[in-house]
Write a protein that binds this ligand. Sequence first.
Ligand SMILES: [Fe+2]
Ligand SMILES: [Fe+2]
Length: 197
Amino acid sequence: MSKELNKYKDYLKANLSKKRYTHSLNVASMSRELAELYGEDKEKAYFAGLIHDIAKELPKDKQFELAARCELDVTEIELKSTPLLHAIAGAQLLIEKFGMRIETDREVLDAVRYHTVGAAGMTKLAKIVYLADLTSEDRDYKDVKKYRKYAHTSLEKGMYEALRYSIADSACKGNTIPLSTFEAYNEIVLNYVKQAK
Ligand SMILES: [Fe+2]
Ligand SMILES: [Fe+2]
C-alpha cells in the first residue's frame, strides 16, 4: 500500500500547490483519526482523504470535461457550478488515469465524488472524508473548532451540523445547491434528529 500511496502522493505534489497538498495530507490524517473513532478502515480512510482534491487545481475546462463524462451520477446543476466540478472530475480522473473501477472501488470514488455536496445514503467512509475536509487542521474559518467537536461527537451529529452549515452558507452566498445536498440533509433529519427527540 505504501508504494501505491507514494504514486498518488507524487502526483498530488506535482499537480497541487503546496498549500493544497498540505490540506490533502491534513484531510488524510483527519480521515484516519475519524476512521479510528468510528470503526472504519484507517488505511482506506487515509487514502480517500489524501486524494479527495486530486483534480482541484486542474484547469477549469479540463475539470468540466472530466466531470461531463463522469460515469457516476452527475446532475446538470453540478456541471454548472464551477466550485463543485473538482469532486466529480477527481473521481473520473481516478478512473481514467489511475485505473480505479466503479465495480471494485466505488466506496472511495463516491467519497471523492460527494465530498463537496453530500448525498443520501453516504457510506461511513464518505461521511468521514466529508467531515475531515470541513475540519482538517489547516481550516481556520470562524467556527471550525465547533464543527471539529461535532465531527468527533458522532458521524450523525457531525453530518447534521455540517449540512445545516453548508446549506445556509450556500444560500447566503446565493450559490446553487444540488438536490443531493438536500437529500442528505433530509435523510439525517428524518433518521437521526427526529429519533433523538
Ligand atoms: Fe474539495
Ligand atoms: Fe478539500
